[in-house]
Design a protein around this ligand. Structure first.
Ligand SMILES: Nc1ncnc2c1ncn2[C@@H]1O[C@H](COP(=O)(O)OP(=O)(O)OP(=O)(O)O)[C@@H](O)[C@H]1O
Ligand SMILES: [Mg+2]
Length: 465
């Protein structure tokens, strides 16, 4: 698919004061966005209908309808469009009401240009994330067992693109990644998004079976080949018949079987154990390992020729700590999945989410999945609070300062702790937390975003900026 150049975000500004429209337009265009100014609610709806914007900025008072009315109407047809409300002094109450109705944020007039700039960027990002989340879910929603493949972070988007490219081919694929990063889900996606999705997908766990069993599973055997071989048994490489054999934990495959597998792949035929007859095979091989296979090759534990055969395309799954952006989305997905049908939707509080973001997930997505299920099992209310999390997560604090290389880092840590602590105390109410801490609401949003991006990613948390 040819890549289309990214379209600059479009901002619609609804305000009857020309000066305000001009200021907003100049800030938006300064950010590289396109801006359309309109003077009434009706006109705003018309423009949004023609081309859904990436953000609607509107005044709470427009000549023909209130901003809240405009918000309600827009949300009916375009629920995903972020709305930024502008209020005059004294109408903050309306803005708070609007936030409850789904406005993304509000701005009190007169405002600083910098504040508008940050909020516009926030709204655009939020809208894009929502869109990408939906796209990511839709793109790989398939009939395959194991559920959807979720991810909005740039590294996972790259993985999805790669899956999209190679799924249709019959190349061998090697999937690498720590335990619990989703290697099997990716293997299934490769199969079920491929042309041969109606053929079998056959997993073989090379780490869990004894060598003789792997051999008879893969290659089959003939009657009488060994004690207990009472009849002929077809190997999975043959049974696949156009489908996929997924060799999980390939690094555990004994060397003699590595030789046999390589020959089978190259010659496209196998000889069942104890037999003389050769059987043609038509199979796609997808292999996975959490080992460093190249190191195993260097140490002579894994055959180089087989490594090259399997590694025609390799997909590396990043550990969850390197893609914190995926944590909220995955958590939401597991919440939805675990909830009994018809039950009220439940959500993590901001403070609980902050804990999830600060933890480094050694067990990756699988650990997050277990954590969500455990939390649900013990929580009573619709909002899942820090106290509902498994105890090891309740103890998670901001990153330890012990090895802080500099005072600046330590200050950033203290700031981060203070913000997360305040959020916890006010049960995730960001505006209230900002007030208590004596910082602006844009600052708290920006900080939280920084933490989300940098949590555990190379020790730059807090940004130090
Ligand atoms: N991107 C994802 N979206 C949704 N669910 C995921 C994702 N990645 C992993 N999971 C879920 O996390 C769990 C672990 O995934 P999976 O079994 O594929 O990991 P793995 O890398 O094969 O782990 P291991 O090395 O331990 O075998 C599964 O329940 C899977 O459904
Ligand atoms: Mg696995």
């Amino acid at each position: 698919m040819p890549a289309t150049p990214p379209r600059p975000p479009h901002v619609v500004i609804a305000d009857d004061q020309e000066a305000v429209r001009e200021i907003c337009t100049s800030v938006a265009t300064g950010l590289g966005y396109r801006a359309t100014g309109v003077a009434s609610g009706r006109e705003a709806l018309r423009v949004c209908e023609q081309e859904p914007p990436d953000v609607l900025v509107c005044d709470v008072r427009l000549p023909d309808m209130g901003g809240v009315e405009l918000l309600k109407r827009l949300k009916q047809s375009r629920p995903a469009v972020p709305v930024l409300l502008m209020t005059a002094y004294g109408t903050v109450g309306t803005a708070v009401e609007a936030m409850k109705l789904g406005a993304t944020d509000y701005l009190t007039k007169p405002f600083e240009l910098e504040e508008l700039r940050l909020l516009l960027q926030d709204c655009v990002r939020q809208g894009q994330r929502e869109q990408e989340g939906r796209a990511a879910r839709l793109a790989v929603r398939g009939p395959y067992a194991g559920g959807n493949l979720i991810g909005v972070s740039p590294p996972m988007q790259r993985v999805f693109r790669l899956i999209g490219k190679v799924a249709q081919s019959r190349y061998s694929v090697l999937i690498l990644g720590e335990s619990g990063t989703g290697k099997e889900v990716v293997a299934r996606a490769l199969h079920y998004l491929g042309k041969e999705r109606d053929r079998p997908f056959l997993p073989v766990d090379c780490g869990a079976l004894v060598p003789s069993l792997i051999e008879s599973e893969l290659f089959g055997y003939v009657k009488g080949a060994f004690t207990g071989a009472h009849h002929n048994h077809e190997g999975l490489l043959e049974v696949a018949d156009g489908g996929t054999v997924f060799l999980d934990e390939i690094g555990e495959l004994p060397v003699d079987l590595q030789v046999k597998l390589l020959r089978a792949i190259q010659e496209k035929e196998i000889r069942p154990v104890g037999g003389t007859r050769r059987v043609k095979i038509d199979v796609r091989i997808v292999a996975a390992t959490n080992r460093d296979l190249q190191a195993a090759v260097a140490e002579g534990r894994f055959r180089k020729d087989l490594f090259f055969r399997l590694n025609v395309v390799s997909i590396k799954l990043p550990p969850l700590r390197e893609r914190p952006l995926d944590i909220p989305l995955l958590a939401e997905h597991f919440l939805e999945r675990a909830a009994p049908t018809g039950s009220a939707p439940r959500q993590f509080s901001e403070a609980a989410l902050a804990r999830l973001l600060s933890y480094d997930w050694p067990g990756n997505v699988r650990e997050l999945e277990n954590c969500v299920e455990r939390t649900l099992a013990f929580a009573a209310g619709p909002r899942l609070e820090v106290e509902d999390l498994p105890s090891y997560l309740q103890q998670v604090r901001a990153q330890p300062v012990a090895a802080a290389p500099s005072t600046i880092r330590a200050i950033a840590e203290v700031e981060r702790e203070a913000i997360l602590e305040a959020l916890q105390q006010v049960k995730g109410d960001k505006l209230l937390a900002a007030k208590l801490l004596g910082i602006g609401k844009t600052t708290i949003y920006r900080k939280l975003k920084e933490y989300a991006f940098s949590a555990r990613a190379g020790g730059v948390a807090g940004g130090g900026r």
